[in-house]
Design a protein around this ligand. Structure first.
Ligand code: 5GP
Length: 206
């Protein structure tokens, strides 16, 4: 499927720094916008309905699945999360660059539907550092952290399926890497031709 906007899909185990990196990228680059997922989990801390997620009941989620409203959805850490089909299709058709922060199962499903999607996996520098970050974050109960760490071992094994890998050891370096991937995507022939039609026409490139 061809479409004018770029679709970036970022996956990582919890605690690898995915949300902070994506947030920093969007602050620096107004052309990248997020896709807000639906989830059956309850809001945490300062999370706001419709900002981090659309928080919905299991029944409402079932209805969306039955109505084919998701481009992908998955069970993650005992809850369900899904990406709205309409939002993605409308936004990339308009030429927006959309970034999805989803788990690896969802990322691989997206790649099957949108072959040009750019899959980026963020790795922690070590298991010790990942555990330390999850504990420092202080958002989850110890049992939840243990569940997230055991899931992380399965998740990182999927990094080989992704187009790019960023090791988030130093935040600024990882952000530079993420910006570089986004920038390189915009320099692809098809993207440049869309962005600069007059230049291409004047140079007789069709
Ligand atoms: P959290 O509960 O920590 O916000 O997210 C848990 C995991 O679910 C993260 O890996 C997050 O990226 C993933 N996730 C969030 N939204 C979606 C989605 O729409 N689809 C899928 N497959 N995973 C998602």
């Amino acid at each position: 499927m061809d479409y004018p906007g770029n679709l970036f899909v970022v996956a990582a185990p919890s605690g690898a720094g995915k949300s902070s990196l994506v947030k920093a990228l969007m602050e620096l680059d107004s052309r990248v916008s997020p896709s807000i997922s639906h989830t059956t989990r309850a809001p945490r801390g300062q999370e706001v309905q419709g900002r981090e997620y659309f928080f919905v009941s299991p029944d409402a989620f079932d209805e969306m699945v039955a109505g084919d409203a998701f481009v992908e959805w998955a069970h993650v850490h005992g809850q369900r999360y899904g990406t709205s089909k309409k939002v993605i299709e409308d936004r990339i058709a308009e030429g927006a660059d959309v970034i999805l922060e989803i788990d690896f199962q969802g990322a691989l499903q997206i790649k099957k539907i949108f072959a040009n999607a750019v899959l980026i996996f963020i790795l922690p520098p070590s298991w010790e550092e990942l555990r330390a970050r999850l504990l420092r974050r202080g958002e989850d109960a110890v049992e939840t952290i243990e569940l997230r760490l055991s899931n992380a071992a399965l998740e990182v094994a999927q990094a080989r399926e992704f187009d790019f890998v960023i090791i988030n050891e130093l935040f600024e370096r990882a952000l530079f890497d993420l910006k570089a991937i986004v920038h390189a995507q915009r320099l692809k022939f098809s993207a440049q031709r869309r962005a600069r039609p007059d230049t291409f026409k004047a140079l007789n490139i069709c």
